[in-house]
Ligand binder design. Structure first.
Ligand code: SF4
Length: 344
């Protein structure tokens, strides 16, 4: 039997019952695909349910404030995904008057929709024979067909896309795409796949060569930038001071305590001079373990300082009742710290 028939058969017998699989409407498929990028299904599922409950149609999310969307997204990370999703839904609701694109090329014009998401929506909702290429697909194809291209390279993406175009089941591209992703997620997993109980064992070249653990080839040269965020917790009665991150940077538009970014985990003399504070004016409350983003490691320290001494620090911040802070979307390290502060 051919690769795609085996795969689709396997899918029919083994797929997980997930809510976005019981529909061919592009809206829930779109929401689920954006939520599930860089997120495990189990983690993403409750977010998907909350999104669909709060924004059952594209108009509901398009009319919502960005802050409402970010609040609902809180904890998932990669906030630019939520912001772009929101912009994309506005494009569909307002520019396209609620009419969803019905093909791959037009989905690519929607903000936040890349080639993977466009292929997923176009195939699941409109049965267009365009293949998805994600980490699961790289892994399954590179193992079964023994492809040794470095999947971190640009060349690999084009190669796997063209190769998948030949493999995709033209009559049921939706099932084929779902099947290969599910197969990668459940059967041909990154570590120790259960090859002895695999329907593709006879087709799998890497298995026959005993080099499964060498596929896919991934050589990543990633430069990780270390950043040191020193936060100042300024309290006044039952309120704290928070400011919004308005610059084009990580966590854009989210809220945080007044911040000084340094080159090390210590505050510099120079910064203290600028802020008109002395080392004795501040007390370290806590340092967090590093927070890892795709190309950055964020080290956070939280300092307490009296309101009177903090005048320069809070000049761009707003005073917010502690009980109200839950309405302000915050990056995970701040959100976690704030919860600890509230529960004390
Ligand atoms: S035999 Fe192993 S490596 Fe090959 S497809 Fe099956 S699970 Fe993946």
């Amino acid at each position: 039997m051919s690769f795609n028939i085996l795969l689709v058969d396997w899918y029919k017998n083994n797929k997980r019952d997930l809510p976005w699989r019981n529909t061919s409407h592009p809206y829930p498929i779109w929401i689920s695909e954006i939520i599930l990028q860089q997120t495990r299904v189990q983690q993403g599922l409750p977010y998907y349910e909350r999104f669909m409950e709060k924004f059952p149609t594209v108009f509901d999310i398009a009319y919502a404030d960005e802050q409402e969307v970010l609040n609902l997204w809180q904890g998932l990370g990669y906030y630019s995904r939520a912001r772009n999703l929101h912009k994309g839904t506005r494009q569909v609701a307002f520019d396209l008057k609620g009419k969803f694109p019905d093909n791959y090329a037009d989905w690519l014009k929607i903000k936040g929709v890349g080639s993977y998401t466009a292929a997923a929506i176009a195939s699941f909702a409109f049965k267009e024979a365009v293949p998805v290429v994600d980490g699961n697909v790289f892994r399954v194809l590179s193992r079964v067909f023994d492809i040794d291209l470095n999947i971190a390279s640009n060349k690999a993406k084009g190669y796997f896309f063209d190769f998948s175009k030949e493999l995709i089941d033209k009559k049921q591209p939706d099932l084929y795409n779902q099947a290969i992703m599910e197969f990668g997620a459940l059967q041909c997993v990154p570590k120790n796949p259960d090859c002895s109980n695999c329907i593709l064992q006879n087709n799998c070249i890497s298995f026959s060569k005993n080099i499964v653990h060498e596929r896919p080839v991934k050589i990543k040269q990633k430069r990780i930038k270390k950043r040191f965020f020193h936060y100042f917790v300024v309290k006044q009665n039952d309120s704290v001071f928070l400011q919004q991150r308005t610059k084009k940077d990580i966590w854009q538009n989210m809220y945080e305590f007044p911040l000084i970014e340094e080159n090390s985990d210590d505050l510099s003399e120079e910064s203290m001079k600028k802020l008109n504070i002395k080392p004795t004016d501040i007390q370290l409350i806590k340092r967090n373990n590093k927070h890892i983003l795709s190309h950055q490691e964020i080290y956070t320290a939280f300092w307490s300082i009296n309101f009177e001494k903090a005048q320069k620090l809070i000049k761009n911040a707003s005073k917010i009742a502690v009980s109200e802070t839950k309405n302000y979307p915050m990056p995970k390290p701040i959100y976690t710290f704030m919860n600890e502060l509230i529960s004390k």
